[in-house]
Ligand binder design. Structure first.
Ligand SMILES: [Zn+2]
Length: 189
């Protein structure tokens, strides 16, 4: 715990603590004011958490842990290489679509609202949820095949699934992702 009032706004905390976690810095600012909830803002790769002075550590720790993981994923996503995705998409296009598909871009993104991937056929753009970077390649490849198939079939009808099922690990990958989602939220995949 260090005293560093100087860089805090006047109305803010009487003290500030810096705790260091692997990869991501967290700075906790205790507010002496009427703040009732925890808020956080990202400053570079540091997460500045503002918490009520009265909130005890046991209550605050899980909240910080959740925020820390979210920031870590964001930082990690920035380091991901879209070139890896382009290479994988070309390989899968050659193997399962006779090399006939073309697209404009395929990229990692962080704001997928729970979806694993998305495709905008009219623009030829494919986006993959950065969380897939933490899954085995064969799971990520399924999502790429799924989005590639949307270049030909925009819906999830029988013709679409006939295309996707050219990828032999489709069922296994779908099961893997469903388990990862923690629920049977099949909406998009
Ligand atoms: Zn789909």
């Amino acid at each position: 715990m260090t005293e560093d009032k100087d860089d805090l706004p006047a109305k803010m905390a009487h003290w500030s603590a810096a705790r260091y976690y692997t990869g991501v810095d967290i700075r906790i600012e205790r507010s002496a004011g009427r703040v009732k909830t925890v808020s956080a803002r990202q400053v570079g790769d540091t997460l500045v958490v503002r918490a009520p002075a009265a909130m005890d550590e046991a209550e605050l720790d899980p909240i910080i842990e959740r925020l820390r993981r979210r920031l870590e994923r964001r930082v990690k996503a920035r380091a991901l290489d879209d070139g890896d995705l382009e290479g994988a998409a070309r390989r899968l296009n050659a193997r399962h679509f006779a090399g006939k598909l073309s697209w404009r871009s395929i990229a990692w993104v962080t704001n997928q609202n729970g979806r694993w991937g998305s495709c905008t056929p009219a623009e030829g753009t494919i986006r993959l949820n950065h969380r897939l970077a933490e899954t085995p390649d064969w799971v990520r490849d399924y999502v790429i095949v799924h989005e590639l198939a949307h270049l030909l079939e925009s819906n999830h009808g029988p013709r679409f699934w006939a295309l996707v099922n050219r990828y032999p690990l489709t069922e296994r990958a779908r099961g893997y992702l469903m388990a990862l989602s923690g629920e049977e939220r099949e909406a998009e995949m």
